[in-house]
Design a protein around this ligand. Structure first.
Ligand SMILES: Cc1cc2nc3c(=O)[nH]c(=O)nc-3n(C[C@H](O)[C@H](O)[C@H](O)COP(=O)(O)O)c2cc1C
Length: 199
């Protein structure tokens, strides 16, 4: 079932800034969810999840997750049966990279994990290390991984008020994932986060 408009740049709906679940409730309810309903993830839910991970919150470009030196080395991708898309935080848009269904191939790169092959959407957190190595040198590696954790946790909490679940997946072959996703050179995938509605 097609959910996204057939355009190269897809404008996402504005994120909601008030919700019904408190931070405390979300923290107490968070758990890894690996089995999802087959329902496609709606555009407003996708918008909310991407905004939670890396959305812009202030005029100067500050984001929902902190970043060392505000250099923002993370890039998010969304894998749907409709293709692979990159999140553009400044315009809150999705940019279409390919219209191929790579979910099965991505699951294969992740040791055949069913939480990936059976997910309606997978958020990929990738990093461009050179963006922050310029300032922080060898310490950049540590900072990038910390930032990926911040962004991932935002996703894991944001899915709860949407009636959804997620699991952070770190077990995958980097080279295979890069190839399957068609990531540009210099992009390193750090986390695959399948998301979907709770059964
Ligand atoms: C760095 C990291 C990597 C993980 N990789 C995977 C994974 O590849 N597959 C998976 O099913 N769960 C993965 N998990 C989820 C853990 O298995 C899960 O968080 C743990 O069992 C605790 O359960 P909970 O998240 O429900 O509290 C990962 C978690 C972290 C923090």
């Amino acid at each position: 079932m097609n959910m996204l408009p057939d355009e190269k740049n897809i404008q996402l709906p504005k994120p909601v800034l008030k919700g019904d679940i408190s931070v405390e409730e979300a923290l107490s309810k968070r758990k890894s969810v690996r089995i999802f309903s087959t329902k496609a993830v709606g555009l407003s839910e996708l918008s909310q999840i991407l905004w939670a991970a890396q959305g812009v919150t202030r005029d100067w470009g500050s984001r929902t997750a902190p970043s060392a030196g505000a250099l923002y080395p993370l890039e998010l991708f969304v894998v749907l049966s409709e293709g692979v898309f990159q999140y553009a935080p400044a315009k809150h848009q999705l940019l279409c990279l390919s219209r191929q269904d790579v979910i099965k191939a991505l699951s294969k790169a992740a040791l055949g994990q069913r939480c990936i092959s059976e997910a309606p959407a997978i958020i990929v957190i990738a990093a461009v290390y050179e963006r922050i190595e310029i300032k922080y040198g060898a310490r950049a590696e540590r900072y990038v991984k910390m930032e990926a954790g911040h962004a991932a946790q935002n996703i894991l909490l944001q899915v709860l008020p949407l009636g959804m679940g997620a699991v952070p997946v770190g077990a995958f072959h980097d080279d295979q994932a890069i190839k399957v996703l068609g990531l540009p050179s210099g992009y390193t995938p750090l986390y695959l986060i399948p998301v979907g509605y709770i059964m």
